[in-house]
Design a protein around this ligand. Structure first.
Ligand code: SAH
Ligand code: MG
Length: 211
């Protein structure tokens, strides 16, 4: 099996909420972009346990790009105890808080992707305010509370270069399917006229910067 097939296979088995067809679409769009613009700077907001980082990382490695995988690693509102996506095995017994960083590190290390995927551990808005590099690719899959998703879009989308890609996950036109915040920022991206639709797969939307 090829290196890419191995990585996509690992990604399919990794812990997380990225359906396979959407993960493969993430990989394909990132790969196409990376083939056009190699050695790009890519960033995902929302790392969790590294599943989407494997799909994007496979494309990053193949195109000599670098993926920053950002998370404070304490989970979103919807991951906390009592909520729908709570996983007790991810609680750190030392302080009772969720901590996905050890799992994320193991995921990236076992895939041998450490040269292509680098973790940024901290709050999205704080890191964004000190992050000056233009982005060839931005994947927004962080917190789905409205203020959090809006802050991610406001802080990171302006850093995407012309012809760069903006990917947004969990875009459900009907809020009952998974919250309305990603849909709202997707609409805001289109309304800004800075981005236009390129493709979609399930709840994944792919937009490109430029008229
Ligand atoms: N992209 C991942 C899933 C991410 S889940 C995958 O497909 O595998 C959403 C993540 O966003 C959670 O891990 C949570 O900790 C993170 N998150 C939520 N709000 C954040 C914030 N303000 N700063 C940094 N990370 C945040
Ligand atoms: Mg998601």
């Amino acid at each position: 099996m090829s290196r890419v097939n191995d990585l996509l296979e690992l990604a399919g088995r990794a812990k997380g909420f990225m359906p396979r067809d959407e993960g493969l679409a993430l990989y394909r769009h990132a790969l196409t972009l990376g083939e056009q613009v190699p050695k790009g700077t890519w960033l995902e907001v929302g790392a969790w346990c590294g599943k989407s980082a494997l799909y994007l990382g496979a494309a990053a490695e193949a195109t000599k790009s670098l993926l920053y995988s950002l998370d404070h690693h304490h989970g979103s509102e919807e991951n906390q105890e009592g909520w729908e996506h709570f996983d007790p095995t991810l609680v750190d017994p030392a302080d009772g808080r969720l901590n996905t960083l050890p799992t994320w590190q193991r995921t990236i290390a076992s895939a041998q992707l450490e040269a292509s995927v680098v973790g940024l551990v901290g709050d999205s808005s704080i890191i964004a305010s000190h992050f000056a590099q233009p982005l060839n690719l931005l994947f927004i899959d962080g917190g789905h509370a409205l203020d959090v998703a809006r802050a991610d879009f406001a802080a990171w989308a302006p850093k995407v270069v012309r012809e760069g890609l903006l990917l947004i996950h969990d875009v459900f036109p009907d809020p009952r399917d998974g919250g309305s915040a990603p849909y709202e920022i997707y609409q805001a991206a289109l309304d800004s006229r800075q981005f236009h639709d390129v493709a979609s797969e399930g709840s994944l939307r792919v937009l490109r910067r430029g008229p």
